[in-house]
Design a protein around this ligand. Structure first.
Ligand code: TRP
Length: 454
């Protein structure tokens, strides 16, 4: 099977696809949601620390597993270990991917909806009421289906012809448009208050709420880097031995963080320009507050069209990486054709996504708590596998194609991913199960309001 397996055409193609996976609704929609519920800049600090110290080495762990095995997450764990237990564990990732895309494509549907509505200004009159009228229900199902079909169309065309070709166009477009939007955002009146909420951490809040911030920040850091579900295993499985994983990995994480921070420069000034602060909490944050801001600001309608267009592209380049996990699983493990595998899973997502599109409760639980837990546990599993099953093979794999620095860092890296990071991730998981976190999960999000701090 190995000789017919697909691969990336170019190095840039792989990098852009991986960045495309990383940059998505996580940066633009989920980040402001999580940040506004967890103290703004205090959250940003913990989150950036985890991206750097856990995200980058973790990303390399997934890359090593993928490139070593040249398989999907299930096949990777079973072929590299010869163990039924690991193979069974691998199936968790297929489940995680299914859960991820099931809610992600609902949000993707909202974005498409808002993109269309920006042309007519449909939500300008009353953004809050508009969002409540479309967020859950049959129309949400319809737009989820549209988003899902777009995702499936790209994945159906394969690694080179679909994913690589699409992300090569989408990624540069996203960056250029975001820079333009950020420049516009910084000219707004409320920009400095927005930036203060976003950039200057309240250390007191950080101290008293650290154990609440931790699981949310860890979940968000993994979410934004597409870690813990096997996306990066899968993408690296299409990679040759001549690429430097440390260089590519650092570049990918760096670019994702840059785009994420850049998105903050767009989102927070716009939110604060109207004096609405971090605004509407929860999953509707971007939709209600931002949409309201577009309605009121100069050139708001043009900006809205561009903004939701960018977000739609970013969402698609991520959703394809979620669908690619189960599709590559069927292709590798059962010899099913890519087209058939894509159709089969699209059928499944029609159902599982609709459940999320119909129920705010299901959606909130899956997209928040459950995803934080699964990604954290999933990455811990991958890293334990890297450290304890692959061991020196992982070091050899990381060194292959890597320069001097990569050669030297490989062994310390193995200790980090085998011991330190899993301990950290397990601690994070436990802290999220502590009663204090549970009781706080519905806490008022603007407890740290911008007006109080500026
Ligand atoms: N990183 C993407 C975002 O920020 C979402 C994503 C794509 C993802 N693939 C993933 C998240 C795999 C977790 C696991 O929007």
């Amino acid at each position: 099977m190995a000789d017919t397996r697909e691969s990336w055409q170019t190095r840039l193609g792989f990098i852009l696809a991986a960045v495309g996976s990383a940059v998505g609704l996580g940066n633009i929609w989920r980040f402001p949601w999580m940040a506004s519920e967890n103290g703004g800049a205090a959250f940003l600090v913990v989150y950036l620390g985890i991206v750097l110290l856990v995200g980058v080495p973790g990303l390399l762990g997934e890359f090593v597993i993928g490139r070593r095995s040249k398989r999907n997450p299930v096949g990777a764990l079973s072929s590299l270990s010869d163990s039924k237990g690991w193979s069974a564990f691998g199936h968790v990732f297929v489940v995680t991917a299914v859960l991820l895309l099931s809610f992600y494509s609902v949000v993707g549907g909202w974005i498409l909806r808002y993109f269309g509505a920006s042309f007519t200004g449909a939500y300008f009159g009353n953004p809050g009421a508009y969002f409540s009228s479309i967020n859950y229900g049959f129309e949400a199902v319809a737009f989820h289906v549209l988003f899902l079909f777009l995702t499936a169309a790209i994945v159906g065309f394969g690694v080179k012809g679909g994913i690589e070709r699409a992300t090569k166009v989408m990624m540069p477009a996203i960056v250029v448009l975001l820079v333009g939007l950020a420049a516009w955002g910084l000219t707004l009146d409320g920009a400095s208050a927005g930036l203060a909420f976003y950039l200057s951490p309240d250390l007191g809040y950080l101290q008293t709420h650290f154990l609440d911030i931790l699981p949310a920040a860890a979940g968000q850091a993994l979410f934004t880097l597409s870690l813990g579900a096997g996306t990066m295993v899968t993408y690296a499985s299409y990679l040759g031995e001549d690429r430097s994983l440390p260089v590519d990995g650092t570049f990918i994480a760096g670019l994702n963080t840059l785009v994420g921070v850049l998105a903050g420069f767009v989102v927070f000034p716009i939110l604060f320009a109207l004096g609405s602060g971090a605004g509407q909490p929860g999953a509707g944050a971007v939709f209600v507050s931002l949409a309201g801001a577009f309605a009121a600001l100069p050139y708001g309608q043009v900006v809205a069209v561009v903004f939701f267009g960018v977000v739609a592209l970013a969402a698609l380049s991520s959703s394809i990486s979620m669908l690619e996990i189960p599709v590559s699983f069927l292709v590798d493990e059962y010899g099913v054709s890519r087209r058939k595998a894509t159709v089969a899973f699209t059928g499944l997502f029609l159902v599982t996504g609709s459940v999320n599109a119909l129920s705010a409760q299901v959606f909130g639980f899956v997209a928040g708590t459950l995803v934080n837990l699964l990604l954290t546990g999933g990455l811990a599993g991958f890293l334990l596998f890297t450290g304890w099953v692959l061991g020196t093979d992982a070091v050899a794999e990381l060194r292959s194609g890597a320069g001097d620095l990569g050669q030297r860092l490989a062994t310390p890296w193995l200790y980090a991913v085998g011991v330190v990071l899993p301990l950290f991730l397990v601690f994070t998981l436990l802290s999220s199960l502590l009663p204090c976190s549970a009781s706080n999960s519905g806490r008022a999000p603007s407890s740290r309001s911008p007006s109080a701090s500026s």
